[in-house]
Design a protein around this ligand. Structure first.
Ligand code: ATP
Length: 260
């Protein structure tokens, strides 16, 4: 069985200045009643342009927090996040919003489409929200790339789950972001629609040089990525390159059985 290529000792990530997303010694703590929950502790990771990375780990291990901190949706308490050469620490809310709008795309498990708008209108929405007129050719191209040309006048409730997720991806891509963050993008899809979305994400990284960072619980989904980063208790506890579903599942099982 091919168990993938393990990288270095757990928790030790090397520094790469070409990275499009960099996390340096990131820590994030939440207040929970009288207690503090350390959601991320000393996380150092690099994500290179044109790579597709899956983030995995047991429930509560900090996956969504990592995505939110790396995507500027949440502030870190300690350490630093740099996206496309811009350090997020200390950016004003306006500058952060602009950076998210221009450099970053987000896709979530719940597609978050606007039900009253057509496919076309949903996809052009981020450009309109930025106060610009959506270039017709741009919207046409991104919809064609996602196989949605014959659905442009449909509303979300007239589409399958897989089609709705493709619209959400088209909407995230229309601004040509450097990085796409996807939180469980296939969580609500059946296996065939999941495969279509995952192949699409992989192709986007390989052919368009987009950087994709995806949280998933599913070893089969993670195996579409070129690299899997494992979190445990808010720390990086391992990585695999060229993962197979079996290698990912074995790694996860190990993590879940690890003594505390
Ligand atoms: N807003 C919040 N307030 C308090 N604690 C939080 C908050 N968000 C997350 N946490 C806690 O931080 C830790 C990490 O949560 P996070 O959602 O990042 O984990 P996860 O790995 O994405 O979990 P899951 O796989 O269940 O979605 C958990 O202990 C969680 O309870």
């Amino acid at each position: 069985m091919d168990v993938g290529t393990p990288l270095g000792p757990p928790g030790v990530a090397h520094v790469n200045t070409k990275a499009i997303v960099q996390l340096r010694s990131v820590g994030k703590t939440y207040a929970s009643g009288d207690n503090q929950v350390a959601a991320l502790t000393n996380v150092t990771l690099d994500f290179l342009p044109g790579t597709f990375t899956a983030v995995m780990g047991p429930s509560g291990s900090g996956k969504s927090t990592l995505l939110h901190c790396a995507g500027g949706l949440a502030c870190v308490d300690t350490g630093e996040v740099v996206v496309a050469g811009t350090a997020l620490n200390g950016l004003s809310e306006n500058a952060l919003t602009r950076l998210r709008r221009e450099r970053i795309g987000f896709v979530f498990q719940s597609f978050n489409l606007v039900p009253s708008l057509t496919v076309w209108q949903n996809v052009e929405l981020p450009i309109r929200l930025a106060g610009r007129r959506a270039p017709q050719a741009e919207v046409t191209a991104v919809l064609a790339g996602l196989g949605l040309t014959d659905r442009v006048r449909h509303r979300p409730d007239q589409l399958s789950g897989g089609q709705q997720q493709r619209v959400a991806i088209a909407r995230a891509l229309v601004t040509r972001p450097k990085v796409l963050f996807a939180d469980e993008p296939t969580g609500a899809l059946d296996s065939r629609a999941s495969r279509d979305v995952l192949v699409l994400l992989r192709n986007m990284a390989e052919r368009s040089g987009q950087t994709i960072i995806m949280v998933t619980h599913d070893p089969a989904a993670a195996a579409y990525a070129g690299r899997v980063v494992f979190l445990g208790d808010g720390r990086v506890v391992g990585e695999l390159l060229d993962p197979t579903p079996e290698a990912v599942a074995a790694h996860l099982t190990q993590l879940e059985q690890a003594p505390c």
